[in-house]
Unconditional design. Structure first.
Length: 365
């Protein structure tokens, strides 16, 4: 059999046809992919060609990683060194970094001035993302590479960084420092509560100094706000809301002037006052606040809700929520979200607060 069929098969040579294998992409599929990329305005192609850099910011050093070749660059956290590094980059790069107090500010400002897209990221969100990469350790180099990867994949969901004005930056700094002083004063008061009068006496001048420091900070805040007409007008309108005083009106005016939120839901989420669902199958756990964003602003708007409940209108809404079985903390959080939505509407329409626009119902917003 083999002798009969073997020579005949060798003598009759069939033409070779190039068939696409499983590893080859058919030309038709390539044309479809190109068409989809072109229909999207070239956005996907532009993002793929755009260079992404992740920067791990330290007090004295910046560790920079590129998403293309994973090359690591280390420079001093000084304006001259940052300027030289930015001069080596092509136009319109994306530079991401974590918010690290004041150490990231000059890098963000210089990169923005050089025409690059700058992302100042929430360290909490970046930390969760880095853990998902299953890294075997934590170093500045690994963090920089993880931030570069985060910028490449997730930056489209984050707003671009816009440098604040001199007044906005000084007001933001004073608000942050005031928060630190309040925390230290509260910690000292709590630690002295159980002490005898003789032991507590040496700490009394320190508590007086804390109070004097807070008064000076509040005075500086009023001066900074008066120096900016737009910020002053925004704060005055927000102060017409029940429970909103000079401090929370300044903080809200600063936030609303810096971030043009699309709707009131975005403002509520930015302060971490949005309830976070926890559901799987038929199981649904109680919702808790997401607590994203600035914790001091979240505390201030909560205290504004507590203060607003002293007036008749908001006290009525508070009693309605309590009658539904909600605890007082949840009721105050609901009212705080309502105050944020009112603040967004007042800032958008440039109008004062009007109690008659509120309905008789108290919906859980």
């Amino acid at each position: 059999m083999q002798q009969a069929f073997g020579p005949a098969c060798r003598a009759k040579r069939l033409p070779i046809v190039n068939k696409p294998t499983s590893r080859q992409t058919p030309p038709r599929l390539l044309s479809i992919v190109r068409a989809v990329l072109m229909c999207s305005g070239g956005g996907l192609m532009e993002r793929s060609a755009q260079l992404n850099f992740g920067v791990d910011v330290g007090k004295h050093e910046l560790v920079i990683a590129s998403s293309v070749d994973q090359r690591i660059t280390k420079i001093a956290n000084l304006p001259d060194a940052i300027g030289r590094w930015l001069g080596t980059l092509p136009a319109d790069c994306r530079v991401g970094m974590e918010a690290t107090g004041i150490y990231h500010q000059q890098l963000a400002d210089l990169a923005h001035a050089a025409g690059h897209q700058v992302y100042v990221l929430n360290p909490r969100a970046v930390a969760v993302y880095l853990k998902s990469l299953r890294s075997r350790g934590k170093t500045d180099i690994l963090d920089a590479r993880g931030i570069a990867r985060y910028v490449q994949n997730e930056a489209d969901e984050h707003p671009l960084y816009t440098p604040p004005s001199a007044t906005q930056r000084s007001v933001q700094t004073l608000l942050h420092r005031r928060h630190q002083v309040v925390k230290q004063r509260a910690a000292l008061r709590m630690s002295c509560q159980s002490l005898d009068e003789s032991v507590r006496a040496p700490f009394a001048p320190l508590l007086v100094a804390f109070d004097q420091c807070l008064r000076e900070i509040d005075s500086q805040l009023r001066q900074r706000v008066r120096a900016d007409e737009q910020l002053l007008a925004q704060a005055a309108r927000l102060r017409s809301i029940p429970g909103v005083g000079p401090l929370i009106s300044t903080a809200l005016a600063l936030r609303l002037s810096r971030h043009p939120y699309r709707n009131s839901d975005a403002l509520v989420a930015a302060l971490g006052m949005d309830p976070r669902p926890h559901q799987s199958g038929v199981s649904e756990a109680p919702r808790h606040l997401s607590k994203q964003g600035n914790g001091e602003e979240r505390r201030l708007i909560y205290m504004a809700a507590v203060s607003a409940c002293r007036c008749a209108l908001w006290r009525k809404r508070f009693d309605q929520l309590i009658a539904r079985g909600l605890p007082s903390t949840a009721a105050h959080c609901i009212i705080a979200r309502k105050l944020l939505r009112i603040a967004f509407a007042i800032n958008k329409n440039c109008q004062l607060y009007r109690a008659e626009v509120l309905g008789d119902d108290c919906r859980a917003t």
